[in-house]
Write a protein of this length. Sequence first.
Length: 202
Amino acid sequence: MLKINIQDVLFWMDAIRQSDDRYRTLESFWKGQINSKVWLIEQLKKLPRAHSMDILICGGWYGVMATLLFNSDLYVNRITSIDIDSKCENTANTMNKQYEIAGRFRAVTQDMMTYKDYGGYDMIINTVCEHLTTEQYNEWLNLIPKDKIIVLQSNDYVIPEHVNPMKDLNQFVSQSKLYPIVEPSELQTEKYKRFMIVGKKQ
C-alpha cells in the first residue's frame, strides 16, 4: 500500500487553500484520479530496477502524480511536470514543495506538442491521451527518442473534452504504436475504464 509523507499532505493542503480555483484543484484528488495514478505506479514496479530515473510528466496538471511517484518505492531522481494550463504551475510546485526545494521537482507551463527536451529523461508519462487527436498523438510520439520508456493512459469516457476516447484496450494498444514492455492492462473505475501501456517506440 502506498503511504504518503505527512509533509506532502500538508503541502497539498497549502496548495488547495492558495489555489484560485479550489474546486478544480480538488478534482485532482477524485477517487478515479488517485486510483489511476496508484495503478500506474503498481504497473511500473514490474519494470527492472536499473537506476534512478529522471521522469517527464506530460499534462501533469496539479502535480499529484509527481508526489505519488516520490512517495513510492520506485527509483525516482527528479521529475519535471509540464502542462499547457498556466494556472497549474504554481499549484504543482506547492504540492511538491519539499522536492522543489531539493531541486528534484519543477512544474513548467509548456505545451507537450512543442516541448524540446524529451531526450533529457529516462521515462515519459502521458496520462491524458484522450485529450489528443490521433494526428496530435502521432506528432507528439515523433518528438520522443526511441530508447525512452513511455507510459500512456487513456479511457473510454465519452465527454466533450475527450476528443479521442478509446473503445477498448486493444484499440489503445494498436493506436499507441509502442511495443509493450509491461503487459497492457485496464482498470475499471466508477464511471469509465482506464487503459494503460508501458512500452517503447517500435
